[in-house]
Design a protein around this ligand. Structure first.
Ligand SMILES: Cc1cc2nc3c(=O)[nH]c(=O)nc-3n(C[C@H](O)[C@H](O)[C@H](O)COP(=O)(O)OP(=O)(O)OC[C@H]3O[C@@H](n4cnc5c(N)ncnc54)[C@H](O)[C@@H]3O)c2cc1C
Length: 402
């Protein structure tokens, strides 16, 4: 296997580096270095998305006719790596990464023409309405109802843990249009305008006090039938397609490598790089590199028209567990500097629900200030997008035939 980039790929890497040197301002870089969550806040995500959009690089994996790039697998990988290395803030995954692929795979021509440009421009900011209080791991038990009434559906029920629902104007949502068959039947994938009367959004605070997730209530909400994506009662097919992308479509490797590098540099600066810690860092490097190679193999398959399939579950388990492991190594390096709670001096993924403000200046070096919040935030990684226990069930059935 030749792991060297070709001359053309090196030229592309130079082009990306030049672009980032010019457009990724120090404000963006500082923001990313102090982020506590896996999500940027709305303002920063949209500001960076606008810069990428102007370059034609906001949704590189989309088809070219819809604003994507005709890149090879290596180019996608180089792009991801360079974004991570340079400290670019992540875009919100719900629009470009999730609703976009659902529309591309299952939307009508009119739906694609209307929604895709609005996703790219940030005019529509999306949330994902799948989970309900009694339908998380067993998602097919969802009960939010949609009853046909003329050209509309009348929706009633609730969603929970909905990331960005309070900031989004659109939600892609799973609703029950028929409750008579198997649980997976009778589910419909529909787009809901969050400004419609009858939609109420209540905050759920994270361990760090940040407001990113929500409970959303629907009380006789009218949604046009034209907003159904794919076939009525066949939304499970769209949802499964999308979940594969949610779990396996993103590359963990480049950002984990970058975080490892930062842990090593900071440990060196703070005198924490003793031989025992170096050994643990070396093991983490081996694990992250193994994941990265598995991702490269998956990307090669995707470029030939394949789908993530079962490997999505493997990537999700390894990616989130390694990410959590790195947050543990990072707070070991931070030591006592991990203890002060200083939400005013980091970049939270959402407004802090605790109104108390500190009049203290920042404590400790900037390189470790967000680490404890990141540690707390990352506990959710093995739960969202389908818990890791469920991914292990999927692998044991699908791969091992148990
Ligand atoms: C930070 C965060 C953000 C989220 N964002 C969104 C979002 O934007 N949109 C959205 O729709 N949802 C979102 N979710 C919800 C997420 O998808 C669910 O939390 C997840 O699917 C688990 O469902 P649950 O919380 O109902 O837990 P449960 O399904 O009740 O599971 C509880 C525990 O039991 C285990 N368990 C359950 N069934 C089995 C089984 N058969 N075998 C072995 N173990 C099992 C689980 O692994 C888990 O540990 C988010 C969750 C979090 C924490």
């Amino acid at each position: 296997m030749n792991l060297e980039f070709s001359a053309t790929e090196k030229t592309f890497r130079d082009e990306v580096q030049t672009f980032l040197a010019e457009k990724l301002t120090s404000d963006f870089r500082t923001y990313t270095s102090l982020m506590t969550s896996v999500y940027s806040d709305r303002e920063t995500a949209l500001a960076w998305q606008a810069v990428l959009c102007a370059q034609g690089w906001a949704a590189p994996s989309w088809p070219v006719e819809h604003g994507g790039c005709e890149w090879s697998v290596s180019q996608h990988y180089i792009f991801q790596s360079e974004l991570s290395k340079a400290g670019a803030p992540p875009l919100s995954p719900m629009g470009i990464g999730m609703c976009g692929p659902a529309l591309l795979g299952h939307g009508s021509a009119a739906q694609k023409a209307y929604y895709l440009p609005r996703i790219l421009s940030g005019e529509d900011y999306w949330s994902q309405g799948y989970s309900e209080p009694h339908a998380g791991s067993d998602l097919a038990q969802l009960t939010m109802s949609a009853v046909a009434d003329g050209d509309d559906y009348i929706c009633n029920g609730s969603k929970i843990w909905t990331t960005h629902a309070h900031e989004s104007n659109m939600m892609f949502c799973l609703v029950r249009t028929d409750a008579t068959g198997r649980p997976q039947q009778g589910i419909t994938f529909i787009l809901i305008d969050m400004t419609t009367p009858g939609v109420t959004v209540d905050p759920i605070g994270m361990l760090t006090g940040e407001h990113i997730q929500n409970a959303v209530f629907f009380d006789d909400v009218r949604v046009p039938k034209a907003n159904v994506i794919g076939e009525v009662d066949k939304g499970w097919t769209v949802a499964k397609y999308l979940l594969e992308f949610e779990r396996g479509g993103s590359a963990y490797g480049p950002q984990l490598q970058q975080r490892l590098h930062k842990i090593q540099t900071t440990a060196d600066e703070l005198g924490a790089l003793d031989s025992a810690f170096s050994q643990r860092l070396a093991q983490a490097t081996v694990d992250v590199t193994a994941l990265e190679y598995a991702e490269l193999r998956l990307m090669a398959d995707l470029s030939k028209g394949g789908t993530p399939g079962l490997r999505a579950s493997m990537m999700k388990i390894k990616g989130t567990e390694l990410s959590q492991h790195l947050t543990e190594l990072a707070i070991e390096v931070a030591g006592a500097y991990g203890a002060p709670f200083q939400p005013d001096h980091v970049k939270a993924g959402g407004v802090n629900l605790d109104p108390r403000k500190s009049n203290e200046g920042p404590i400790g070096p900037a390189s470790v200030r967000a680490d404890m919040s990141k540690y707390f935030n990352d506990r959710a990684g093995s739960i969202y997008a389908g818990s890791n226990e469920i991914q292990r069930n999927i692998l044991s059935k699908g791969q091992l035939g148990l």
